[in-house]
Design a protein around this ligand. Structure first.
Ligand code: COD
Length: 301
């Protein structure tokens, strides 16, 4: 079972090197990350984007990009479509967001002609390692689905479980995040939590255990659960945190990064191939972790 990003990198290094289509690669941190991924044998990048800008940046940071295939597509939306087409056409195994908006890449991924959509809902999973917690945290969905329905939440959980399984977790524990631990029909997220827990009890999530409603303190602190008299197999030992809406997930994720010294990686699941979805503000180290995550998941799909 992978419990750190160092182990994730080692795991990615052990499997065969996969081709990574990078959409809008004209960015220093993106180039540093893909160069490192290449050096470690984690991915072989194809750089799609503004060829002149890619070469200028590479010259400035003294990086040899002649070893990489560069496909010159200066417009970022067109670059996203080209990168996605490389994967849907079988020339690359996974795709990565470079220096463009998340929605622009996701629109290309969802495109009916060239996209990577299968029958499943696509959703975003962030993986965090924070010093204050004893294992990796899988946060979903703070990046793609804006206000998921109950059925969509079910699929978002399934996608997160798939990432956990790829990283070797045998029984992922899923907390359905709410503001309170009791069902309250004025708070729809708590009603969904009850239904998701019932689904878990009837075996709909396989080995995974889904519990809720659980507030953040209960999800991550056994003491808080004890104090509030809540008995839960998930409380204090959460792997996956399912959030009710994109703003919640995005906010928690940013708190992890800015206030909790988190290391992180992110991927979109549910498509025919993983989509490495990094934040433009991420360092090349965080981007490298995301590439490793995408590579390990791609190797298991
Ligand atoms: N999974 C599968 N299919 C989907 C999904 C999904 N998550 N979302 C939309 N679709 C399908 C629809 O069924 C439809 O067939 C087609 O895609 C278009 O649907 P729309 O019109 O709702 O899609 P868009 O293009 O307007 O929006 C899709 C986005 C993913 C771009 C949108 O949901 C979005 O902007 N999400 C937030 C992305 C973001 O900005 N994240 C940044 C936070 S860090």
């Amino acid at each position: 079972m992978i419990t750190s990003f160092e182990q994730l990198i080692q795991s990615a290094k052990k499997q065969s090197t996969m081709k990574l289509a990078v959409a809008a690669a004209q960015d220093e941190e993106v180039l540093l990350a893909v160069d490192e991924a290449y050096r470690l044998g984690i991915a072989e990048p194809v750089l799609v984007g503004d060829g002149a800008a890619i070469r200028d940046i590479a010259d400035r940071i003294k990086m040899d990009v002649t070893k990489f295939e560069i496909i010159d597509v200066p417009d970022v939306r067109e670059a996203a479509r080209e990168a996605v087409s490389l994967v849907s056409g079988g020339r690359a195994q996974f795709v990565m967001k470079g220096i463009l908006g998340t929605a622009d890449l996701l629109k290309a991924v969802l495109d009916k002609e060239i996209g990577l959509r299968g029958i499943n809902l696509l959703s975003h999973v962030m993986v965090y390692k924070v010093p204050a917690y004893h294992k990796l945290i899988f946060l979903t969905d703070g990046g793609m689905n804006i206000a998921p329905s109950l059925e969509e939440k079910k699929q978002i959980i399934e996608n997160a479980i798939e990432v956990c399984t790829a990283l070797g977790l045998e029984q992922p524990k899923v907390a359905v995040l709410t503001a309170v631990e009791k069902a309250n029909d004025k708070m729809p997220a708590t009603m969904d939590a009850v239904k998701l827990k019932e689904m878990s009890e009837t075996g709909e999530f396989g080995n995974a255990v889904v519990d809720g409603p659980l507030s953040f303190d209960l999800a991550f602190s056994k003491e808080a659960a004890k104090h509030k008299g809540v008995e839960s197999p998930v409380a204090g030992d959460t792997d996956v945190l399912l959030v009710p809406a994109i703003e919640v997930g995005n906010g928690i994720g940013k708190c992890m990064t800015y206030f909790a010294n988190a290391e992180s990686a992110g991927v979109v699941m549910g498509a025919k191939a993983p989509i490495v979805l990094v934040s433009r503000a991420d360092t090349h180290q965080a981007k490298l972790y995301s590439i490793a995550l995408g590579s390990v998941v791609a190797g298991k799909i």
